[in-house]
Structure formats: C-alpha cells, structure tokens
Design a binder for this molecule. Structure first.
Ligand code: N01
Length: 543
C-alpha cells in the first residue's frame, strides 16, 4: 500500500468525522473528491491500483485507446483545464488518458485524499449511528456518513471458467488487468480469446509482434475504421474558442456525444440501394461512430438494421482475402446490439500469414493444458494466452464488495435478480449510498466522463441539500426503484438492443440475471434527475 497523506482539507479532521468514503479513483472518483472538497466535505478515497485513472490505469494492452473523441472524452467542469490541456489525437491512447488523469489529480491537488493499492473489502451500514463502516484490504476500519461507489462499469474482469486454465505453463494476461511492464511478443505463439472491442484493438499490434497469433472467436463483432489521426492546431482552436458551447451541444445528444457527426434522422428504407451505400460509404471513410448515424432507424428497425449489417459484411468480405475466414468474421446479430468496435486494421490483420482465426461458436474451448488450448479435438500450442473476455459489466464492481445495508441486507443478494436502483444513483435499503454511473443510468451508452460529472454533481448537491436542511439520511424507495427498472427496460424494448446476448443484458456471464442495465437517452435522463432534486428528492425517503 502506498498511503498518501489524507488529512481532510475542508473537513473536520479525524477519521470518524468523515463525510464521504469514495471507492475508486478513476474519472468518477477524482471528480467526486474535487466536488466534495469544494463543498467543505471531508473525504477519503480508496483505490485498488497504485495510481489514479481507473479504466485507463488497468487497460494498458497494446492499442488501448478511447473510442469517444478525445476533445469530448474529457472533463468539462473547469474552463482552465479544458483550455490548457492539448489532446494530440482524434482518439486518445491509454498512456495519454492516464497522463490526463494524473494531471487532473495534481492540478486540483486530489492525491492527498486517496489511499492507493487498497481495496475496500466491506461496507456495512450502521443503522443506529447512521454511518457506513468501511474495511479495507490493508486492515483499516473507518466510518463515514456517505458511501460513494465510483468503481466503474467495466472493471470487474471476466475470467472464463475454462477447465485447466491454471495449468497453462505460459503467461496468461487479461486485457483489463494488463501489467505495467512492456510485454514482448517477439518469438511467441500467442492465443487471444475473445473478439470484442479490447481484442479488436489489441489483435493488430500483437499480430505484428508475435511469431504466431491464434484468435479464438465465439461471436464475430461489427467494427468500423476509427481513422485515428493527429489533431491539428486549428481544429483544437475552433473547439476551444467555444468549449462550453461544444459541451452543451454534445450534452443535448442522445448519447451525450457526437454532436458534430451529423445524425441523419431519415429511415434507411426511404433511400435507394445506391443512395444508402453512398451514405454508408461516406461515413465508413470518415470513421468512428458516425456510421451509426447514417440513418435514424438503424437501432430500432430490424429491416433498416439489416441494411447496415449487410454493408459492413460486404466490407469485411472485400478486406479479408480468404472467403472462409471472411465469412467467419461476419457477425450475425444486429449492428449496435452489442457495442460496435472501432478499429485500426483489424480485419486486414487476418490476411497475415502468421494469424489464424478459430471459430469456437459451435465447439467451445474444451480445456487448457500446460502447452496450449484444445478445441474440438485439435491442440493449439501456445506460449502466451491473452484473455480479452470482458467484464462482469455494470454490477460486478459493486457486488464484488461485501456491501450490507439496512438489517444486514447484502447488495449481492438483493441484486441476484438484476440490479435494482433508482436513477442508477440510489438503492432501496442502502441509505446514504450513491453509485456513480450505476446500472439504470445512461453510463456506458454515453460519454463516460460526462456521465460521471453529471452524477457527481447531482450527488454532492444532494449532500449539500441534506446538510442545509438538517437531514441525516436519504434512501431510494423500493417502489421508485422497481418502476425505474421497468422504465429502463421499457425504453430498451423499443429498440433492437435486447435482441442479442450482450453484456448490457448481463448475458456474457453465466447465470447472471438477464436485465437491460443502461438507460438509453442522456438528455431526458438529466432533466429527470434535476426534476427529482427540485421536488425535494422525489422517489427517495429523506429524513
Ligand atoms: O469485452 P467484451 P471487451 N469463451 O465483453 C468473448 C469497452 N471498451 O473488453 O461475444 C470464448 O465486449 C466474448 O464472446 P461473446 C466497450 O464498451 C471500450 O472487448 O460473449 N470467448 C467476446 O468476444 C466494450 O464493449 C474500448 O460470445 C469468450 C469477448 O470475449 C467493453 O469495454 C476498448 C468467453 C469479450 O468482449 C468490453 O469490451 C475496449 C469464453 N468463455 C473496451 N467469454 C474503447 O473505448 C467471453 N468471451 C475503444
């Protein structure tokens, strides 16, 4: 553990007088420290990693880069910060994002509040004292009035339960827990399991460095070219000349980003085949999520979606030389139903002589032995195994902590049938607990930095309200939370999102309840959050 000095600036000193414990020092946790301190609240944060950055601390795999444009995927709370920071590329790479998080921590003097290399093991609500009693992996016990979970939507890694995995003699790496040191793939036979966003970024770089790469694919993914490139000074100047306006335009978008991408609201079905292809092609060439904005009904109308899917499949077949490999790389599910990836040379990588694609959709990996993997009676000799197998998304980082609310109720058990939150912020029977970008909020379907800022602002303003009104506790009502989960799933049901086995639905984790977890539509959500607050926190019990 590396413990920074953690005297409470603006707070009342001793550990037992703490107002807030924040779990996590990623983008959400960092901003929560900053805002809490601005209000004079005493705060401590615990972070499992040895540094700030969250996702961008852990995901150091080759090619890791954000797929929301850097000028958007950044804090908007400080005009000085957004004016002084200079993003170098259209999509920031992991090292640059980590440097940004470190810069923010230093610029706003946040490190002193964070205890690094320390996990929160349990948080138990003491009904009598009306405080959360928190225990850490380093044996520290503290208490605070409020518990803020900023542990992230995609941070509890999913390591598949493949028989014999622990007998593999070579190195096993998970993309979401990538080591700090440089991994040298030279001379190595590498296996990659998974073909989601992480794998799609890592595969071209691993292929270029390794002797041999075998990709084990269970479900083919849609990907469009990112077309990453350096940002020019005039481009940055244009945005910085009215950054507030740029942020406001993005905030008004359904996903909280992409205001300048040009979202066509017309139906794909109203265009001729030639017109449609011209539009798809223009967006394919532009790169990024503009492709999803080609037509207004791609995510809600199966016939329209089929047209976008057909275009991408034709692209894959035009890029990949071997027709059988190309066919295997063509996804079957609707476009966007699982999160679409952005790539830099992913499909082209399968034209390399040292890359092999193994379709495991019909024959899963049978077992692992000391020298490799077995699939359908065939052995693949490997020196290194990369698990790009994703996350127990949207709930795993919360249920992985022993959190107990009123009457000893365990969060993990309460959520066995799916996460129950009101607004993705509060949980019935868990007073004074707040989640940053929790299930039931737009979170992963938006720009995550914006989502974190909006939640943190709401949470600290709520705490301020409680303090000025002499209130001790706030707790979502069960009725409001159940209605909210229905609302979230009702909106999703109007779209194609629930029609495939995505992590949005928990479908990637065996045995996990199938519930659509993120909320579609950032602007309406933000209005709803403000209305709830203005109505004295309607749907919450405050006392
Ligand atoms: O994880 P994933 P990810 N046997 O869950 C496969 C964000 N992100 O880390 O689809 C064999 O998407 C699994 O197969 P299937 C982004 O939101 C953003 O790639 O379940 N295979 C799938 O192919 C993204 O969506 C960025 O059938 C197994 C893969 O592993 C999210 O993080 C970059 C398996 C997991 O894909 C997660 O992405 C990276 C098994 N037992 C990530 N278990 C950017 O900003 C799982 N798989 C660019």
């Amino acid at each position: 553990m590396s413990t920074q000095e953690h005297t409470d600036q603006g707070g009342s000193g001793g550990t037992d007088a703490l107002d807030l414990v924040i779990v996590g020092a990623g983008f959400g946790g960092l901003y929560a420290i900053h805002r809490a301190r601005q209000l004079g609240l005493s705060v401590r944060a615990f972070e499992a990693g040895d540094d700030v950055g969250g996702t961008w601390y852990w995901n150091r795999y080759p090619g890791a880069r954000c797929d929301v444009e850097s000028v958007e995927y950044s804090y908007g709370f400080s005009e000085e910060l957004q004016q002084e920071w200079v993003w170098s590329e259209r999509y920031a790479c992991q090292p640059e994002l980590l440097r940004y998080a470190q810069h923010v921590a230093e610029r706003f003097n946040l490190r002193h509040a964070i205890t690094f290399g320390t996990r929160v093991r349990s948080a138990i609500y003491d009904d009598v004292a009306q405080r959360w009693r928190v225990s850490t992996s380093e044996g520290e016990e503290i208490s605070a009035r409020f518990l803020v979970l900023a542990t992230g939507c995609l941070s509890a890694t999913n390591v598949p339960d493949i028989p014999g995995l622990d007998t593999f003699a070579g190195r096993i790496l998970h993309t979401g827990r990538w080591p700090r040191e440089e991994i040298d793939f030279a001379g190595q036979r590498v296996g990659v399991v998974g073909t989601g966003s992480s794998a799609i970024q890592a595969i071209p770089l691993i292929a270029a460095a390794a002797t041999e790469l075998v990709v084990f694919q269970r479900t083919a993914s849609y990907s469009v070219p990112a077309r990453n490139r350096p940002l020019t000074a005039p481009e940055l100047d244009r945005i910085k000349s009215d950054y507030a306006g740029f942020r406001a335009r993005n905030r008004a978008m359904p996903g909280g980003f992409g205001a300048d991408l040009g979202w066509n609201t017309a139906s794909a079905l109203d265009y001729t085949a030639e017109q449609r292809d011209a539009l798809y092609e223009e967006r394919w060439q532009r790169g990024g999520f503009a492709f999803l904005g080609s037509f207004g009904d791609t995510s809600v109308n199966k016939a329209a979606n089929d047209l976008a899917a057909d275009f991408i499949r034709r692209k894959i077949k035009s890029i990949v030389n071997d027709p059988a490999v190309a066919e295997a790389l063509c996804p079957e599910q609707p476009v966007g139903c699982k999160r679409m990836a952005l790539d830099s040379g992913y499909f082209e990588t399968f034209n390399r002589d040292n890359v092999k694609l193994i379709d495991i959709s019909k024959h899963p990996i049978d077992h692992v032995d000391s020298t490799g993997l077995w699939v359908n009676g065939q052995h693949f000799e490997l020196d290194m195994l990369v698990l790009a197998t994703g996350y127990d998304a949207m709930t795993g980082s919360y249920t992985g902590i022993d959190i107990r609310g009123r009457d000893g109720r365990a969060l993990k058990e309460e959520w066995a049938g799916g996460p129950l939150t009101y607004l993705g912020l509060g949980v019935p029977n868990f007073p004074n607990l707040f989640i940053v970008a929790g299930p039931g909020s737009p979170s992963v379907l938006t720009n995550m930095v914006l989502a974190a800022e909006q939640h943190v602002d709401w949470i600290v303003e709520c705490i301020d309200y409680m303090n000025t009104h002499g209130l001790a506790t706030i707790e979502a009502t069960a009725e409001a939370a159940h209605e909210w989960v229905e609302h979230v799933n009702g909106i999703a049901a109007l779209t194609l999102y629930p029609t495939c086995n995505s992590w949005y639905l928990g479908a990637n984790i065996p045995g996990k309840a199938r519930v659509f977890m993120p909320l579609l539509g950032f602007p309406d959500y933000e209005v709803r959050c403000s209305e709830v607050a203005a109505a004295g926190y309607a749907g919450f019990e405050v006392g």
